[in-house]
Design a protein around this ligand. Structure first.
Ligand SMILES: Nc1ncnc2c1ncn2[C@@H]1O[C@H](COP(=O)(O)OP(=O)(O)OP(=O)(O)O)[C@@H](O)[C@H]1O
Length: 290
């Protein structure tokens, strides 16, 4: 069921969604406040903000892990709130999710973990499942770990298994909740590379919650800054011309500019080395072009 009034490019549409939590002392806390957001098909979209800003809650509204108190959630034109439990379970196959703590089944092998969502839903033969598991483990570079248990893997490998498991049912969307926060810098880099490849090769739309500006910079095409349950601003990560309204948006722009300057500097030095110019002169001379 596709609504013809939806713009074809917006795979995810949040329309004035709100989420309140009842606190133990009886007060009500509004974690997400009437947020409207469109996320284009094929995009890598970041949600960043301070701790407690409501990023994870907003992400979990996209697959109704949290049900909004108000507003509408549409994925691929489908109004998720209008679906029956059975329809929602089927639709969730199109929305994979990974978490900071991986959430793997500890007593199951890597293969069994990846097979799990396929066995749970749909009528697939054992051979079909085995073939899809192999395909997904290949995608994340873990074909040789099929028989290992999660405890035998590094953090980066565990997150790759989680990615393979999320991809097994061929989702259109992959939701990532702080997927690299438990990983060191080098492992973070390689997991981000894997996510980039998945987006490029499979066209899977990625929505990622992170508090790390470097993750946004390395991965995202577009980002929304979440502040106190609202979207303070959103912009294309490459757009350094439009003035940023939020402190985090400005911080991100500054970091991008310094990375850009460093890259240009490195390119100048490399070009000078090729031309046989002394390094000190090359570093100082903007006329030496890459
Ligand atoms: N189930 C819940 N019950 C009560 N309050 C909750 C619940 N889930 C989230 N909250 C509160 O809602 C607010 C937003 O939480 P959320 O996890 O979405 O923030 P976040 O921006 O992802 O922060 P962090 O980066 O720290 O995870 C927080 O103040 C949190 O304590």
């Amino acid at each position: 069921m596709t609504d013809s009034s939806s713009p074809p490019h917006a795979l995810i549409q949040l329309d004035a969604v709100s989420k309140r939590f009842a606190l133990p002392d009886g007060r009500v806390f509004e974690a997400v406040r009437a947020v409207s957001l469109d996320i284009a098909a094929g995009q890598i979209f970041g949600l960043i903000g301070q701790s407690g800003a409501g990023k994870s809650t907003l992400l979990r509204l996209i697959n109704l892990l949290e049900r909004p108190d108000a507003g509408q959630v549409r994925v691929d034109g489908r109004d998720l709130m209008a679906l029956s439990k059975r329809e929602l379970r089927a639709t969730r196959q199109e929305i994979g999710m990974i978490f900071q703590q991986f959430n793997l089944l500890q007593n199951a092998t890597v293969s069994e973990n990846v097979a799990f969502p396929l066995e749970l839903h749909g009528r697939r033969s054992k051979a079909e499942i085995a073939a899809r598991v192999r395909e997904c483990l290949d995608l994340v570079g873990l074909a040789d770990k099929a028989g290992s248990y999660p405890a035998q893997l590094s953090g980066g490998q565990k997150q790759r298994v989680a990615i393979a498991r999320a991809l097994a049912p061929r989702p259109k969307v992959l939701l990532c909740d702080e997927p690299t926060s438990a990983l060191d810098t080098e492992t973070t880099r390689s997991v981000l590379q894997t996510l980039r490849e998945i987006n490029a090769r499979l066209g899977v739309t990625i929505v990622i919650v992170t508090h790390e500006l470097s993750v946004v910079q390395a991965l995202c095409q577009r980002v929304a800054i979440v502040e106190a349950g609202r979207i303070a601003e959103q912009f294309d990560v490459d757009d350094l011309q439009t003035p940023r309204r939020s402190a985090l948006g400005r911080e991100l722009a500054e970091e991008q500019l310094s990375v850009q300057i460093l890259r240009e500097h490195a390119a100048r030095i490399a070009a000078a080395a090729r031309a046989g110019v002394p390094l000190a002169a090359a570093a100082a001379d903007p006329a030496i072009d890459a």
